[in-house]
Design a protein around this ligand. Structure first.
Ligand code: AMP
Ligand code: MG
Length: 428
């Protein structure tokens, strides 16, 4: 259940105030307010890649549906194996994948068998082709002691067993999952509907790429990184463009975003130095708070629920600096959107590696430095930073392949110390 109001929720967390939130506290609050959206749709299996499974899938059948051979060779009964010495068996037929041997096998008989062919009646073991000493039309001589009873046979249901769970609701569908459902004979599946997310940039200094850059202006990059990150997550993106720095434009943009989307992500205009009207306008639309988070990059942030014409949307007011946008997106917005999309499981995986050089850091805030992973001479993973870590240096995100996540309690890092790293691949 979504908590009633942001301020009540924050008041109930010991030592938590909107002006000095820790990054983990902010993450906890945002997740508590993100609720799965309603609605699912049925799609052909191939179109389910990256979508979120809306139901539990129970295996309707056994995979494989019958005991079959794991190798090309000769199928026999384990009792026919003759200890250490080589032995001869009579070949009574052939079994191909899709075309089994219909007779049964007794005593010192065997069947020539191909990978995937059904095990003939009376057989439980396959001697691979390479252990065969000699072959004539009617018999085969096999080296002794090379296989044990039951070897090289794949058992019915050993991959997936009829009636057992195959995939759980909330699964983000990967290629292996799609193949797994195909192996069960499932041709279409129910996935959660995509969530709709509106984005806009705020700032009179912003110009769209392709336009003339007037003096004192910069090109708007945030809508482009946001568009990319949201697309990778599988969201439907509604791009509302650049919104001028004035209350009427901001109000109109929020109103239109709120009417047709599940979430609204803005960038810029939420820091201390910015015009006060941002607070007034955003707060007028619902339960919105302005936070100062103990993190770098990305200290100011607005978060809440906005409502217009009876429609509500989750609002993320991100700071304007391009690296701050990406860091706050990955660590706050992404987990919340995944929850709204109905995804289950851990949002990102960390690994711990040695840092190649010293890093200066003050305790009391979480830092998300941009890093490059490599291996040392012995093949052990190591990480270095991309250099200058200014929150406006977007090149640092482009050059990096991971974030170094340095938590609140850490101070300076010495060369060789272990640090937590989150890989971009899988995150981006
Ligand atoms: P603000 O948070 O609005 O004070 O902006 C902080 C810094 O980020 C300023 O230098 C802005 O020019 C820059 N900035 C804000 N929005 C964008 C954007 N969409 N693209 C690139 N830079 C931006
Ligand atoms: Mg601004």
């Amino acid at each position: 259940m979504k908590p009633t109001s942001l301020s009540n929720f924050i008041d109930a967390i010991p030592g938590c105030t909107p002006d000095a939130l820790s990054a983990p506290q902010a993450q906890q609050i945002i997740l508590a307010f993100a609720e799965p959206v309603e609605g699912s749709e049925t799609v052909p299996l191939r179109n389910a890649l990256g979508r979120i499974l809306a139901i539990d899938i129970v295996s309707p059948t056994n995979v494989p549906p019958h005991d079959n051979s794991a190798m090309d060779g000769y199928a026999l009964h384990g009792n026919a194996l003759d200890g250490a010495g080589e032995f001869e068996l009579k070949v009574v037929g052939t079994a191909h994948a899709g075309h089994g041997y219909s007779g049964s096998v007794v005593g010192r008989e065997c069947v020539r068998i191909m990978t995937g062919a059904i095990m003939p009646a009376g057989c439980d073991t396959v001697v691979p082709q390479e252990f065969v000493q000699s072959v004539s039309d009617a018999s085969v001589t096999i080296a002794g002691g090379v296989v044990a009873p039951g070897d090289n046979r794949r058992l019915k249901g050993e991959d997936l067993c009829a009636g057992k769970p195959a995939l759980h609701k909330g699964r983000i569908m990967r290629p292996a999952d799609i193949g797994l459902l195909a192996s069960l004979g499932i041709a279409e599946i129910s996935v959660m509907r995509p969530i709709r997310v509106a984005i806009f940039s705020t700032g009179d200094e912003l110009r769209a790429p392709g336009a003339v850059l007037d003096p004192g202006c910069v090109y708007d990059s945030n809508r482009f990184t946001l568009h990319g990150m949201l697309t990778r997550l599988g969201c439907e993106v509604i791009d509302l463009g650049i919104i001028e720095d004035n209350p009427a434009s901001l109000e109109a943009a929020l109103r239109s975003a709120c009417r047709s989307t599940d979430a609204v992500i803005t960038s810029g205009g939420v820091s201390d130095g910015d015009a006060d009207y941002t607070r007034d306008v955003m707060s007028r639309f619902g339960d919105v708070m302005f936070w100062k988070i103990a993190m770098r990059p990305g200290r100011p942030m607005a978060f809440g629920t906005i409502v217009s014409d009876g429609k509500s949307a989750c609002l993320f007011g991100l700071p304007g600096n391009p690296v701050a946008v990406m860091a706050t997106f990955y660590f706050f917005v992404r987990p919340a959107l995944l929850r709204m999309m109905g995804a289950a499981g851990k949002p990102s995986s960390m690994m711990r590696v040695a840092c190649q050089s010293a890093i200066r850091k003050k305790p009391g805030r979480t830092e998300f430095q941009r890093g490059i992973l490599s291996t040392d001479d012995s093949g052990t993973p190591q990480v270095r930073t991309t250099g200058a870590q200014g929150s406006g240096i977007l090149r640092s995100m482009s050059e990096a392949d991971c974030f170094l996540v340095l938590p609140d309690d850490r101070g300076n890092i010495e060369p060789g110390e272990l640090v937590d790293v989150v890989l971009f691949e899988g995150l981006i």
